[in-house]
Design a protein around this ligand. Structure first.
Ligand code: GNR
Ligand code: NI
Length: 170
């Protein structure tokens, strides 16, 4: 297993659209394992392949308190969304130290392939529902800051570019 570097906003590669996985083979399983290790190491609740510069429809998540319930979603599709929406604070490993409220469907059902290539449905609510929608946005090149006002987004962009410059000098 390996830790993968996570792209940081405003990297243009975060806006690429991921392609469906054709076959769930050992290559995909190795990537999934590396993504899980990267997610746990970064203390995230989810990670989309886009964030590690792999533009395939793969998500890993773990919204358990005990951090021992990994979920793998390959070629995920939302098959149900509640009409009810709610605003919750979101953060993103690609936008460190930035949190703001985003409107999401309260409940969603996601259909995906697991790591053995078997299809399954998962009903989500609470943090898991927020996380699934956040990760599926990554797969279509969308970062949560795009839901914020242009003013906030530009402030975040400037803050991130400043941090990147400082890290380069350090
Ligand atoms: O770790 C994460 N926490 C989080 C909190 C609220 C809403 C969404 C998330 S996802 C984020 C990890 C990440 O960036 N996934 O793409
Ligand atoms: Ni994210």
């Amino acid at each position: 297993m390996a830790l993968l570097p996570i792209l940081k906003f405003p990297d243009p590669r975060l806006h690429k659209v991921a392609q469906a996985v054709a076959t769930v083979d050992d290559r995909v399983r190795r990537l999934v394992d590396d993504m899980l290790q990267t997610m746990y190491d970064a203390e995230g609740v989810g990670l989309a392949a886009t964030q590690v510069d792999v533009h395939e429809r793969i998500i890993v998540m773990d919204t358990s308190d005990t951090r021992d319930q990994p979920v793998v979603l390959i070629n995920p599709e939302l098959v149900q969304r509640s009409e009810a929406m709610s605003f919750r604070d979101e953060g993103c490993l690609s936008v460190p130290a930035t949190y703001d409220k985003v409107a999401r469907h309260e409940q969603v059902t996601v259909r995906a392939l697991d790591r053995s290539g078997q299809p399954f449905d998962m009903q989500c609510e609470g943090l898991a529902a927020v996380c699934v929608q956040h990760e599926m946005d990554h797969l279509i090149g969308r970062v949560f800051v795009e839901y914020l006002s242009p003013l906030k987004r530009d402030r975040i962009r400037s803050k991130m570019l400043k941090r990147a410059r400082e890290e380069q000098r350090a």
